[in-house]
Design a binder for this molecule. Structure first.
Ligand SMILES: Cc1cc2nc3c(=O)[nH]c(=O)nc-3n(C[C@H](O)[C@H](O)[C@H](O)COP(=O)(O)O)c2cc1C
Length: 206
């Protein structure tokens, strides 16, 4: 992990932003101010979108919901151990409590959390295309954030899929589904990038 300050006053070219953006796991504690968060999410509504269905929805989590989800996140970490009989047998109550506490602190360390969801409407093709559009929207959001020195982690962990989360966020799973949570904030650490060279994935056909 490289410790880097990516504050760049909006001077990145598109290619520089694309290449230098990294998924961020460790954040400084400061939340992203509301006006800056709105500027970043605004980039999301300009994603390409077949038939202009505008299927993206953004739900910003408030402190009460965040606390409730942090408690549930902590339980999930414990359940990961207890659901495996061998691991459960080998783990003391004290260790389980530590795992739970670490989970709680980990979730609470994400300064700003946005659930990104997609409206579920129409036939299979429409749903695929709408999913693709929301993913494009999410990349716009990451790049707009990165330009302002703000990093994110796209998460599809269990907490993003549970009925309890849908209830808390007031999202009706019959007509909308959560694609992921964005954990957002000012990076404490920037991971080093990993990609194969382009020629590993590029074909030209005559
Ligand atoms: C659809 C999708 C789901 C992801 N879910 C997770 C996740 O649940 N947990 C996680 O740590 N990272 C998740 N990521 C982030 C990837 O792990 C990350 O993009 C990858 O490691 C490449 O790193 P980079 O974004 O810094 O290039 C997800 C990314 C995408 C596109």
């Amino acid at each position: 992990m490289a410790q880097t300050n990516i504050s760049n006053n909006g001077k990145l070219s598109v290619m520089e932003a694309i290449q230098s953006r990294r998924t961020i796991f460790k954040f400084k504690p400061d939340p992203v101010p509301k006006n800056i968060l709105e500027d970043i999410l605004y980039a999301g509504i300009w994603a390409p979108n077949h038939h202009l269905t505008e299927p993206w929805r953004f739900t910003v989590l408030g402190e009460t919901v965040k606390l409730t989800l942090a408690e549930r996140y902590s339980e999930i970490q414990i359940e990961k151990v207890t659901s495996n009989p061998e691991a459960a047998k080998a783990t003391t109550e004290e260790t389980l409590a530590e795992i739970g506490e670490r989970g709680f602190q980990k979730f609470m360390s994400k300064p700003t959390i946005v659930a990104v969801s997609c409206i579920k409407e129409g036939n299979e093709q429409r749903q695929l295309e709408d999913y693709a559009s929301v993913c494009c929207s999410m990349q716009n959001i990451q790049l707009a954030g990165w330009e302002q020195g703000i990093g994110m982690q796209w998460s599809t962990g269990a907490i993003t899929m549970e009925n309890g989360t849908y209830n808390l966020l007031d999202i009706n799973p019959k007509n909308e589904y959560i694609i992921g949570f964005y954990y957002i904030g000012y990076p404490e650490e920037i991971p080093t990038p990993k990609r194969k060279p382009l020629n590993h994935v590029l074909r030209w056909v005559d």
